[in-house]
Design a binder for this molecule. Structure first.
Ligand code: NAD
Length: 256
């Protein structure tokens, strides 16, 4: 492992499982002082697994107060923040748009847009105080795709945050970038996206999504978590010092 992140304080949100967990553990192994933030209590166990310096913080990032508390904790624990990886998100339900209930639309926006919007807002004073820093937003290739229009809208918002914030804060030495993952294989989730579980109809719609994604992916397969982690950490590192405002598709050639 390299020491790309030696001396850097890195906050990773949604770090209890999936892509966020692997990003956090690899960043710690590469020398970062990592703060793993999640609303799942077991995020503390994940921080304990780190081969390096790591702390954890439990917060609901769908609230501004949660985002603020997480960033303040990181800055107090390690003396500042250099990098924020806004990873919380994920489609809760897959269904044709007309089948969404209004409350379900709101839930998708709360899950996949607000934690990034609040996270960026809450971290900015810390990055400015540090003289600069980097924000990596984990967006999605599903800004074009079937059966998850509210999620697509939320991630379109994440892309807009990335581009506008990069423009607005470049003169404060702050880079803002994003990856847009395509379909990614992962072990079974400890915390389900949809706490109510999926009905047979929802599983069938999900099957159609998998078919559509795979057929429009040049490489004809889902990516792995490691294939998502590598570009996220490249963009977070100083190796990407001339990249800002960019949204990098990591989707095997899929354009939706
Ligand atoms: N997995 C994929 O196929 C895929 C594809 C494209 C994009 N993405 C994006 O990658 C990111 C990670 O996806 P994943 O599949 O690894 O996620 P996941 O659903 O497996 O895990 C998300 C984590 O975020 C936490 N979380 C959710 N809401 C939270 C909140 N309000 N406050 C604090 N923590 C919260 C959960 O507890 C969980 O630990 C998401 O933004 C997702 O949209 C994933």
């Amino acid at each position: 492992m390299s020491s790309r992140f030696a001396g850097k304080v890195i906050v990773v949100t949604g770090a209890a499982q999936g892509i966020g967990r692997s990003v956090a553990l690899r960043a710690a192994a590469e020398g970062g002082k990592v703060v793993l933030v999640d609303r799942a209590e077991f995020v503390g166990d994940v921080a304990n697994e780190a081969d390096g310096v790591a702390a954890s913080f439990v917060a609901d990032l769908e609230t501004h107060a949660g985002a603020q508390a997480a960033m303040d904790f990181a800055a107090q624990t390690f003396g500042g923040i250099d990098i924020l990886i806004n990873n919380v998100g994920g489609a809760i339900r897959m269904r044709p748009f007309a089948e969404f209930e209004p409350a379900q639309i709101d839930a998708e926006i709360r899950r996949s847009l607000m934690p990034t919007l609040y996270g960026c807002h809450a971290v900015l004073p810390h990055l400015i105080a540090r003289g600069g820093g980097t924000i990596v937003n984990v967006s999605s290739n599903a800004t074009r795709g079937i059966y998850r229009v509210p999620y697509s809208a939320a991630k379109g918002g994440v892309n807009a945050i990335t581009q506008s914030l990069a423009m607005e804060y470049a003169d404060r030495n702050i880079r803002v970038v994003a990856t847009a993952p395509g379909g990614t294989s992962a072990p079974p989730r400890r915390v389900a996206r949809n706490a109510q579980g999926d009905t047979a109809q929802e599983q069938a719609w999900m099957g159609e999504v998998v078919e559509q994604v795979t057929s429009s992916t040049f490489l004809k397969r889902y990516g792995t978590i490691d294939e998502q982690v590598a570009p996220i950490l490249f963009l977070a590192s100083d190796e990407a010092s001339y990249i800002t405002g960019s949204i990098l598709p990591v989707a095997g050639g899929d354009t939706g």
